[in-house]
Design a binder for this molecule. Sequence first.
Ligand code: FAD
Length: 319
Amino acid sequence: MSVIIFADQSEGHIKKAALEALSYGAALARSLQTTATAVVLGPISNDVAAGLGKFGVSKVLLASSDAFTHLDGQVFAEAIAQAATAENAQVVVFPHNPDGKSVAPRVAVRLKAGLVTGAIDLPDLSGGGFVVRKNVFSGKAFAYVTIKSPIKVISLNPNSFHVQEGDGKAEVVAFQPTVAAPRVKVTAVNKVSGEVPLSEAEIVVSGGRGLKGPENWGLVEDLAKVLGAATACSRPVADAHWRPHHEHVGQTGLTIRPNLYIAIGISGAIQHLAGVNGSKVIVVINKDPEAPFFKAADYGIVGDAFEVVPKFTEAVKKL
Ligand code: FAD
C-alpha cells in the first residue's frame, strides 16, 4: 500500500500546486502509516527529482520520455494508472490545477476508484472511514464526501494546504510506462511572458469595469509590479477585450486563492467572489461604499481608484 502523488512540472520545475499536493500526500501517507511516492512525467533533472524528498516523498518515479513533453490527458492518465498499480497505491493525489483536472478523472476510471475533486483538507479517517471535505455552491457550503472504493483518487485545491519543506532526499527510479502515442500534436506553445502565473501567484491585483477602459490598466500593472503580483480581471473586462481571457477570475474563469487579493473597481458579484473568496486577505478599492465586495473584504478603501491606486503604489515603493 502507498500514496502516490502526481507532481506536474513545467519546463523542468515542479509547479507550486504540485508541491502542495506532495506535502498533502506525504501527510496523508503518515496518517495511513505508509509511504509516499511522487510520479513525474516529462523532462526534469535527477537533482530536482531527488529534491522532492524535501516535501516528504521517499521515492520519485521519473518518466522523462518525449511522450510527456506536453500534457495529453489520455497518455498521462495511462502512465499514472500504471504507476499506481506498480506501487500498489491506496490513494492517488493530484493538484486540482488544469493538468490535474484533466488527468485525475481518467485515472479514477482506469483504477475503478472513487474520486473527489477540489479537496480542501486532509481526509477524516476516524472509524476507518475516508471522508473528504470540499467546497460546493461557489464556496458557500462544504460537502463531506465518503470514498468507499479500495483505491481513492483526490485532487487538492490549490492554496488549501501549506507546502511543508524538510530536508529529505528521495530515491529516483526511472519509470517507463507503456503508453500509446499522443493523439494530439502540439505545434506551438504561446507563452504569457514576463508575468507571474495567475494560478500560482501569492499576490493578485485585479481590475474591474470601474477602471473605465484598457487604457487605464497601467494603474493595475504598476501596483502589481511593485508588489511582485499577477494581474487579474472581472469577466466583463475580459468579455470587452480590455484584458485577455486567461486573466478572468470567477465562477466561469479561474479560481484563485492567493495570500493577498486586491480588487480595484470591481463590484463583488457572487460570480466573481466564487473565484476569489478563498484568498487569505482581500483588499477592496471601490468608490461606492455600498459595493457588495466590501462585505467580503478584510480591508476596504472607499475612494476613486484613479486617486487611490497611484498613492497606494507610491507608498509600496517606499517600503
Ligand atoms: P460592475 O458590476 O460594472 O462594477 C464596477 C464597480 O466599479 C462598481 O462597484 C463601481 O462602484 C466601481 N467603480 C466605478 N468607478 C470607479 C472608480 N473610479 N474607482 C473605484 N471604483 C469604481 N463575473 C466575474 O467577474 N467572473 C465570472 O466568472 C463571472 N461569471 C458569471 C457567470 C454567470 C452565469 C453570470 C450570469 C455572470 C457572471 N459574471 C462573472 C458577471 C458578474 O455577475 C458581474 O456582472 C461582474 O463580475 C461585474 O464586473 P465588475 O465588477 O467589473 O463591473
